[in-house]
Structures are given as structure tokens and as C-alpha cells.
Ligand binder design. Structure first.
Ligand SMILES: Nc1nc2c(c(=O)[nH]1)N[C@H]1C(S)=C(S)[C@@H](COP(=O)(O)O)O[C@H]1N2
Ligand SMILES: [Mo]
Length: 438
């Protein structure tokens, strides 16, 4: 029987359960092991998906073309809402979870793919319409999953190897991946539950290699037809994957948790030593990188404030003469890293709105830096962000004027928002929709 090619043995009816042929001989592969990895991913991926959608909402993409990195999203933007300013560490939390959990799941994803790889080679490739649809959903699932994890990790590592902008790619990819995942779960859940019930996890964790046996043959196409001798137990396999995830957690989480743990963030691309001194916290893009010329931010620098038909031009001294306020706020980047709370000092955005006539309920603001080129040099903040009294045009941080790299002479700082909203080297503020629709 074993000598028959699999399609034939399958054709022989119920008595001849097909097993995985060919070079796939690991005795560990089987529905139970696949289901364990699947269950972990099923618990984790929805969290990554939802925090990812939240990250997109946090950009206020419905406000203005400048913020919208995915203009063609159409219906997929159905859930967008006004990103709140409370709690002030909101984005630090959601994006820290998104990036950290995404990275931690990589070993599980790879293990799950390893566990089902023989299925990619089963013959015949398509047996029926249902089977064809099933395989198509698997293609979207595996392709979408690999794509999302890869683009995400590359973005975190600031390695833009992929063609096009990260945001639309990662956003559309997420919907394809998650749609395929829902279909997959719908099709496989009963079988997964059965497989998980079929073996006791705790018993499995006490079984050494010498007593490791293949799972019983079934129609899953996962169990090897001619299993090799085990070289590792299921406990060993699960432990290896678990340790891999744990190791990634330990070298990643510190970049968003901060404090003393920042030193453990070995995988953080921005380095663990943000410099010493008062301005000694993380810098994403330096003034040199953004091609800020010294004269743009020197003595001739002026802040232009427009809105409601008014226009005011202020020197740095005039700004310093306005009421100064303090806010303790972090910077939290889409890439997953964040700073601890820093002590910012400057003029409230609401007070600047009042300079051009918005004394109560100021509108949103179009913030433009003096930076001539590059992404993220301008952004639109929503009215709730302008009205929050912690939102500043900061002139000082941690008791000293902003350093060049931190946005001298003025940068925006907003509670709860992604780092990208905290524009550095600000040159112009335009209050009211006319400023960014124009
Ligand atoms: N003018 C300007 N402001 C900017 C950016 C930029 O590229 N240019 N990057 C933004 C992004 S994406 C982040 S995460 C924060 C990082 O602030 P930091 O460089 O002070 O750490 O600044 C924001 N402000
Ligand atoms: Mo960022």
C-alpha cells in the first residue's frame, strides 16, 4: 500500500488514509502540532491587526491629503474615528503592542508554515471547486502573512527595500491577510478544536524524544507517510519556538517600555544610547538628515501663524514672551520605539490659535516645518488635539532650549498621538480647514 503514489492510495477509499509523501518525513508534523501553532497565532494576530488599524486611525487620515497615506482606502476606512489625546501614552501602548507582538509572533508563524509545508506539494493540486477555493485562500493567507510580517519588520528596521510607500502596502496587505485568515479559521476551526482535544498538551510536554511517536494517520495531509526517527520531541519543538519568541520579546520590548529596559532593546535600529545630557533621548531624523540649513532655524527664523483671515509673524523672543506651559509627554513612533516622558516647555497651541482670533473652541491646525524636502515635514492636527492644554509648540525640553536635532527652535508635541504628529523645525501654523484644503 505504501508503495502506491498518494493520489492512488487516496482513491482506494476510507481504509487508506493518505499520508504525506516525499521528502517530508518529520514525525512531529500532524494536525495537533499545527493546531497548537495555529491557536497561538489566532490569539495574537487579531491583536496585531486591530492595533495596526488603530495606528492608521491615529494619523487622522480623514482630515487632509497631507495625513492620508492611503488615499484610495474607500470602504476600508469605515472605522476611522477622532484619535483621542487621553491617555497621553495611548499610541505608545497601542503601537508598542503592535510592533512587539508582531515581532514576537515571527517564530510561531515560521513554525506554523514549516508544519504545513507538505500541503503545498500535495497532488493533484486541485481536486474540486471547493478545494480550489480553499487553496486560493491559503495562497492569500500565506502570501499575505509573509508580506505583512516582512514589510512590518523592514519598516521597523527602517530598511525600505519594498517598492512604493509602506503605508498603503501594509494597510491593504493587512486586509487581504486578515480576510484570508477569517476564511481559514472558518474552514479549519472544527478540525483544529478536534486536534487540540485529541492530545494532552501537558502530557506532550513531558514526553521525551525517545517516546515521541508520529500522530495517527488521518486525512489532514500533514502526517508523514514514512516518518523518520524523531530527533526532537514535540516538547523540544514547542520549546524552541517559545524560546525564540521569548528572546525576540526580550531584545525588542525595551524600545517601547523604556526606562532601564531600553538597554535590552538590542534589535532596536535606533540604538540603545540616545546620547547623554538633557536632550539625550531618541532622535529619529537629525537636522542634517532632514537637510535643515542653520540659517533656516537661526536668528532670522520666524513663526507665521495664519487662520480666520488673520496672519501673525513672531520671532523666537516674542514666542518666549507668551505664557509658557509645561507638559510631560513621550514621543512614540510608528516603528515601535518610544521615549520616556520628557519635560516639554512652550506655548499652548490653543494660545497660538487665539492670536489669530480663535479664542474659544479653536479648529484643527496645519503644521508646516521649514524642512524643504522629505516625508513627514507637515501634518494636520485635529481640533481635539489643538484644544488639549498639554499640546504645545515646544521651545524647550528638559530645562534647556531644543537642540538642533530635536527641532530647534520650535516643535509640536501632542498627547496620545504618533510621533509623526510632533513636527520639528516648525515654520508655519495654519488654523482652520482653509489652511490645508487650499
Ligand atoms: N520636520 C520633521 N518633523 C518630524 C519628522 C520629520 O521627518 N521632519 N519626523 C517625525 C517622526 S516620524 C517622528 S517619530 C518624530 C521623531 O522625533 P525625534 O526625531 O525627536 O525623536 O518626529 C516627527 N517630526
Ligand atoms: Mo515616526
Amino acid at each position: 500500500m505504501r508503495l502506491l503514489p498518494p493520489p492512488l492510495s487516496r482513491a482506494l477509499g476510507p481504509g487508506s488514509a493518505p499520508r504525506t509523501p516525499g521528502p517530508w518525513r518529520s514525525p512531529l508534523r500532524g494536525p495537533w502540532l499545527t493546531s497548537v501553532f495555529g491557536a497561538v497565532l489566532l490569539a495574537g494576530i487579531p491583536v496585531v491587526f486591530v492595533t495596526g488599524l488603530l495606528s492608521y486611525a491615529a494619523y487622522n487620515p480623514d482630515l487632509a491629503p497631507v495625513n492620508d497615506k492611503t488615499p484610495d482606502k474607500g470602504l476600508l476606512g469605515f472605522y476611522l474615528f477622532s484619535w483621542p489625546t487621553d491617555p497621553y501614552w495611548l499610541y505608545r501602548l497601542t503601537q508598542g503592542v503592535h510592533v512587539t507582538l508582531g515581532i514576537v509572533l515571527v517564530p510561531v508563524l515560521l513554525a506554523k508554515l514549516w508544519s504545513v509545508v507538505p500541503k503545498l506539494f500535495t497532488l493533484p493540486p486541485v481536486r474540486s471547486v471547493g478545494h480550489a477555493l480553499d487553496r486560493l485562500s491559503l495562497l492569500l493567507l500565506v502570501g499575505g502573512g509573509l508580506f505583512e510580517f516582512l514589510t512590518g519588520v523592514l519598516n521597523v528596521q527602517i530598511a525600505y527595500l519594498f517598492p512604493g510607500s509602506f503605508y498603503p502596502l501594509h494597510f491593504y496587505g493587512a486586509w487581504v491577510f486578515f480576510g484570508a485568515l477569517l476564511a481559514h479559521v472558518g474552514l479549519r476551526l472544527p478540525r483544529t478544536v478536534r486536534a487540540l482535544r485529541g492530545r494532552d498538551l501537558w502530557a506532550e510536554l513531558r514526553t521525551p524524544t525517545s517516546r515521541t511517536r508520529p500522530e495517527p494517520a488521518d486525512d489532514s495531509g500533514l502526517v508523514a507517510e514514512r516518518p523518520a526517527e524523531p530527533t526532537v520531541s514535540r516538547r523540544g519543538a514547542l520549546g524552541t519556538v517559545g524560546l525564540g519568541s521569548l528572546a525576540l520579546l526580550v531584545v525588542t520590548a525595551g524600545q517601547s517600555i523604556g526606562g532601564p529596559l531600553r538597554r535590552t532593546a538590542l534589535l532596536a535600529p535606533h540604538g540603545r544610547d540616545p546620547g547623554s545630557g538633557l536632550g539625550g533621548f531618541q532622535i529619529n531624523k537629525t537636522a542634517a538628515f532632514a537637510r535643515i540649513r542653520p540659517r533656516d532655524i537661526g536668528g532670522d527664523w520666524r513663526l507665521t501663524v495664519r487662520g480666520g483671515g488673520h496672519r501673525r509673524v513672531l520671532t523666537l523672543d516674542e514666542l518666549l514672551a507668551l505664557p509658557q506651559h509645561r507638559s510631560a509627554l513621550p514621543i512614540a513612533c510608528v516603528e515601535g520605539w518610544s521615549t520616556d516622558d520628557q519635560q516639554w516647555e512652550g506655548v499652548r497651541l490653543a494660545d497660538l490659535a487665539a492670536l489669530v482670533g480663535f479664542h474659544t473652541a479653536p479648529p484643527g491646525v496645519f503644521v508646516e516645518s521649514v524642512q524643504a524636502a522629505g516625508s513627514f515635514r507637515s501634518v494636520v492636527l485635529r481640533d481635539n488635539q489643538v484644544r488639549d492644554h498639554r499640546s504645545l509648540l515646544a521651545l524647550r525640553v528638559n530645562g534647556a532650549p531644543l537642540t538642533e536635532d530635536h527641532g530647534r527652535p520650535a516643535r509640536v508635541i501632542v498627547p496620545g498621538a504618533p510621533g509623526v504628529m510632533n513636527t520639528k523645525w516648525v515654520g508655519r501654523l495654519g488654523f482652520g480647514e482653509a489652511a490645508w484644503r487650499a
